[in-house]
Design a protein around this ligand. Structure first.
Ligand code: DGL
Length: 270
């Protein structure tokens, strides 16, 4: 048993999709969440900048005495191996869990992948999927407009701009006849309904945050590090504009988080 919190981070709101799942799967845990709202989006950054930002977020969560860290950001997860850390606190990302779930789900071995420009450029999802099943064909599409749209709260099925943008991004993937679609950025489950409608309900949607939360639960169960429920709950930190985060975040999490969001300064890595 370990009553310390689980640290979770993302560039902004997207990681809340994983927090929601962690809370449902392990209601006794305490979550410390960090959203790097002052520097979102990560998906348009260079690899070097992304490595630095990810390292700084890991250092911040470690300073909160967490027992494990989930990088609930597809983009930051692509540099997990390149980010230096002391190895004392286990750190996992979303790529492997999401890829594994997609390979398990596909019947026709055609998987669609939508993610940020940096994630697609990294080729990491394709590399992991090929290692799991070399016969799977991956049709991928970078969707740089989706994170800013979601951060701005344009998330409803009735939002015409959101529907048009999603529809255009998914055209090629839909035409390729995929039966499984990886939502490779943790922001995307927030617009799951819009994505599902654009795919005419014909693809199994893989939520990267949910798959990663399941993996974290499995790992903690094996390690014997689940908590006894005494400190259950969540606290939220952001690098800028807590009010904006609280508004859309509460809407998404389905619970009021206004009082629990604090602005925090990040430790810097050279
Ligand atoms: N939620 C992040 C991801 O999973 C968004 C990255 C961004 O800020 O562009 O990739």
């Amino acid at each position: 048993m370990d009553n310390r919190p689980i640290g979770v981070f993302d560039s902004g709101l997207g990681g809340l999709t994983a927090v929601k799942q962690l809370m449902e799967k392990m209601p006794g845990e305490r979550i410390v969440y960090f959203g790097d709202t002052g520097r979102v989006p990560y998906g348009t950054r260079s690899r070097e900048t992304l490595i630095r930002y990810t390292g700084e977020a890991i250092d911040l969560l470690k300073s909160k005495n967490v027992k494990r860290i989930l990088i609930a950001c597809g983009t930051a997860s692509t540099v997990l191996e390149a980010v230096g850390h002391d190895g004392l606190t286990p750190v996992s990302g979303v790529l492997y869990a999401a890829s594994r779930a997609a390979v398990k789900a596909t019947k026709n071995k055609k998987i669609g992948l939508i993610a940020t420009a940096r994630s697609i450029r990294s080729g990491e999802y394709e590399r992991i999927i090929a290692s799991l099943d070399p016969e799977v064909k991956v049709i991928s599409k970078a969707c740089p407009l989706l994170v800013p749209l979601i951060e701005a709260g344009r998330i409803s099925l009735t939002d015409e701009v959101c529907r048009i943008v999603v529809g255009e991004y998914l055209e090629e993937i839909k035409a390729a006849g995929v039966d499984t679609l990886i939502l490779g950025c943790t922001h995307y489950p927030i617009i799951r309904d819009v994505i599902d409608r654009a795919m005419d309900g014909n693809a199994v949607l893989i939520d990267a945050g949910a798959a990663a939360a399941e993996e974290v639960k499995e790992l903690m169960t094996q390690e014997g590090t689940l908590s006894d429920g005494e400190n259950a709950g969540a606290e939220f930190y952001v690098s800028d504009f807590p009010e904006g985060f609280a508004t859309v975040g509460s809407m998404f999490l389905g619970q009021e988080i206004a009082g629990a969001v604090e602005k925090i300064d990040l430790p810097t890595r050279g």
